[in-house]
Design a protein around this ligand. Structure first.
Ligand SMILES: Cc1cc2nc3c(=O)[nH]c(=O)nc-3n(C[C@H](O)[C@H](O)[C@H](O)COP(=O)(O)OP(=O)(O)OC[C@H]3O[C@@H](n4cnc5c(N)ncnc54)[C@H](O)[C@@H]3O)c2cc1C
Length: 406
């Protein structure tokens, strides 16, 4: 259900902040779970729920959790319902949303946040030498490849970082030309406080690169990833950075955070989720919805599986986990289940969420993911009369589209 009028209306919280909206919801049935609802379910199957702007996200989650589907949203007492069939004019609205005061404020506050983000404290030519304190495997028995969780002590320097940033690692030794190896980037997998919560460590999630040389057919192992995956506690590691401002988590505690990850692309999202649910912070109490759609080849490759499942159990209202296990699950056409198939399965819901200016979409992992997501969502956008590329442009402009692929 694409709704440009709603997108514009919601963006303008100055005008709409105190207003009420009516959700028309289908798919809810009267049962013990729903008995405590404060609205009647009609014989027609539709339920009309009046929601203040500030509670829209929360109510959306409640409805989702109960298996309901929102089919329209309209402002209470508005002359024009927001359930519109988009026209060419509404497409134009998507690509050029009206700039409201709130949007100006929002953009400014994000810029301010960005200014405070530390970058390049250590340069690759003069790195910080940290020590490995922990290195353990993340792939369970029967999974493919080697993926390690690594933690480095950074207490002796000035390295600081925030969730969503990366650090550089400079492998020891020289390349075939006798020159020092170049820096490789890795997404930070810990919160700004580190896994020990003492602000003295940084963690990574690293896969050992392994491939068959196209000509010699010999197995080749990546230089830096192999160095990292086989580090022992006490070993030195040369660190630069931090870098990156594209994958930062918004300050908004009520945001909807959609995370699409493949393999080690989970790293920045581990940092997000740990900040949201595992660690307690005075300055950040997440009350929104986080939805991780995670693509892996085998169940044994679901990195941090126990933690993720525990978070779902502990925070069912705030955290949702959807796996796409390519070698074990089939998509609707009988082929392998990739992340884009899960996106397509949930296209309507994801699309609805993305109409809300509080929603951010993140993707991290394999190159090519972006086109996969387009494959999953653009047919749905088209049905609503919206060009996918225009929609992405709008999300980028609003700093709600975050991509890190490698
Ligand atoms: C922003 C960012 C974040 C990243 N985050 C992570 C992360 O969190 N975890 C992680 O594990 N990695 C991450 N990476 C990837 C990481 O930086 C390295 O690229 C990766 O570890 C490989 O480095 P290496 O030194 O082991 O490989 P190298 O020794 O540098 O070998 C890589 C080279 O091998 C060749 N090659 C690779 N695959 C094939 C193939 N199939 N066929 C033929 N040739 C091939 C290519 O020439 C490639 O450039 C990230 C990259 C970026 C840019």
């Amino acid at each position: 259900m694409y709704n440009p009028g709603l997108a514009a209306a919601l963006a303008n919280t100055t005008e709409y902040g105190n207003r009420l909206f009516v959700y028309e919801v289908v798919g809810l049935s009267q049962n013990t779970k729903n008995d405590n609802l404060d609205y009647p379910i009609r014989n027609s199957g539709s339920v009309f729920i009046t929601v203040p702007y500030q509670r829209m996200n929360q109510e959306m989650r409640r409805i989702n959790a109960m298996g309901g589907r929102i089919v329209s949203i309209k402002p209470l007492n508005a002359d024009t319902p927001l359930k519109v069939t988009p026209t060419r004019q509404s497409q134009a609205e998507v690509s050029q949303p009206p700039v409201s005061k709130t949007q100006e404020v929002k953009t400014k506050s994000m810029t301010e946040t960005k200014v405070q983000v530390p970058v390049n404290i250590y340069r690759p030519n003069n790195p910080y030498i940290g020590k490995c304190v922990e290195n353990y495997p993340l792939v369970a028995e029967g999974g493919s490849g080697i993926v390690q969780h690594l933690t480095f002590d950074i207490s002796g320097g000035d390295l600081q970082y925030v969730e969503g940033q990366s650090i550089g690692i400079i492998p020891p030794g020289t390349d075939e030309n006798g020159k020092p190896y170049k820096v490789r980037l890795y997404s930070i997998a810990s919160t700004r406080h580190g896994d020990m919560k003492d602000n003295k460590t940084v963690s990574l999630c690293v896969r050992q690169l392994e491939y068959e040389h196209p000509e010699t057919k010999q197995t080749v192992y990546g230089v830096c990833s192999t160095h990292l995956c086989f580090l022992k506690p006490g070993d030195d590691v040369a660190i630069s950075g931090p870098v990156g401002k594209e994958m930062l988590l918004p300050d908004d505690e009520d945001a909807t955070i959609i995370m699409l990850a493949t393999g080690t692309g989970i790293a920045p999202f581990r940092a997000f989720l740990w900040r949201m649910f595992k660690e307690q912070h005075e300055d950040y109490k997440f009350k929104g919805l986080a939805w991780l759609i995670f693509g892996v080849p085998f169940t044994a490759n679901i990195l941090y599986k126990d933690h993720l499942e525990q978070m779902v159990a502990d925070y069912p209202e705030n955290f949702r986990l959807t796996n796409a296990i390519s070698r074990e699950e089939k998509n609707k056409d009988g082929g392998r289940m990739y992340i884009q198939h899960r996106v397509a399965e949930h296209a309507e819901e994801l699309w609805g969420m993305l109409q809300n200016p509080k929603t951010h979409l993140y993707m991290c992992g394999l190159k090519g993911m972006e086109s996969g997501i387009e494959e999953g969502l653009s047919p749905f956008a088209k049905e609503q009369g919206v060009e996918w590329s225009d929609f992405v442009k709008t999300l980028k402009k609003e700093h709600r589209w975050h991509v890190e692929v490698y």
